[in-house]
Design a binder for this molecule. Structure first.
Ligand SMILES: O=C(O)CCC(=O)C(=O)O
Ligand SMILES: [Fe+2]
Length: 290
């Protein structure tokens, strides 16, 4: 073991997300990178969680160089984090494991403690499955677009199946990035325990930004922000409100917050289906004009 604690360490790499992918992250509140961690690392993680620390906070795993390189600095995950949080983001310090013995009942809908509702994306909450997590293993379920929806936790807990919710299934090595305040819950795991698989493990950790936001991900030349749908897919919002909130987050990320002005009514970004190609919506920030 090499002691290279990532505490307070920063990381930089090339951004991998395009304008369209950053828009999608703002609308949905999450992004899935399926099976991006190599099997060898996944197996090492499971071994660590079975043999070295089976608790809820296996922070010591972040002292392992194979974990830092294979997971925390994983090329695809770090490229996405770099796109959303900018250069020199901090590596996670706290590692949580939502480890459930199989089979297992569902969790209740919630957003995690300490959430604030804001257009600012100062940090990301990232989840990782070291084993395959199909539906019967009880994946985490998220409600796309819910990172902007306000509701008291005590009310949210009462919901059962919500139309438009998405179980994030994935094969071993799947990482998904979320806006911290997204509504989520654990799906029931119906599969019985086997000698090989007695638990479903789910690691969770945060990356933080260290600099002001700028549009320094992968630009798509000619990308027309007048023609973009910012609305979350589930339409659970009052009409247009989800899209307005997502566009506001996008502007903040692009460093254009001072240019974002929602004057109300038929103003950017809500007119996209009706705007003729080449025309500009009222109120589109100058920095996003074609
Ligand atoms: O176990 C799950 O799938 C959900 C976990 C959860 O709620 C959390 O990590 O905050
Ligand atoms: Fe949670």
């Amino acid at each position: 073991m090499v002691a290279i604690s990532p505490y307070n360490q920063t990381c930089d790499c090339e951004p991998t997300l395009t304008d369209a992918q950053v828009v999608d992250f703002c609308r949905n509140g999450y992004l899935v990178l399926e099976g991006v961690v190599p099997d060898e690392v996944n197996r090492q993680v499971v071994r660590y969680l079975d043999e070295a620390d089976s608790g809820l906070a296996p922070n010591g795993i972040a002292l392992e160089s194979w974990f830092v390189e294979g997971l925390l600095k994983n090329a695809q995950a770090a490229g996405a984090v770099r796109s959303l949080l900018g250069a020199n983001f901090t590596l996670p310090m706290l590692i949580a494991n939502h480890r459930g013995a199989l089979p297992c009942g569902p969790g209740g809908w919630h957003r995690d403690g300490g959430s604030v509702h804001t257009q600012k994306l100062e940090y990301l909450q990232v989840f990782y499955y070291p084993q395959d997590c199909p539906l019967h293993f009880g994946p985490t379920e998220v409600l796309p677009g819910s990172h902007f929806m306000r509701l008291k936790a005590s009310m949210m807990m009462n919901f059962g199946q919500i139309a438009g919710a998405v179980p994030v299934t994935g094969r071993a090595g799947t990482i998904f990035l979320t806006v911290y305040s997204i509504w989520h819950r654990r799906r029931p795991a119906t599969t019985p325990a086997t000698t090989e698989n007695r638990f479903r493990n789910l690691l969770k950790y945060n990356y933080w930004r260290t600099g002001p936001p700028r549009r320094d991900w992968k630009w798509q030349p000619g990308f027309d922000f007048n023609q973009v749908d910012f609305n979350p897919p589930n339409r659970a919002f009052e009409q247009f409100q989800g899209g307005i909130a997502a566009a506001r987050m996008f502007c903040w990320l692009a460093g254009l917050e001072h240019e974002y002005e929602k004057r109300g009514g038929q103003c950017w970004p809500i007119c996209y289906p009706f705007v003729p190609k080449g025309a500009e919506q009222m109120g589109i920030p100058a920095g996003l004009r074609t």
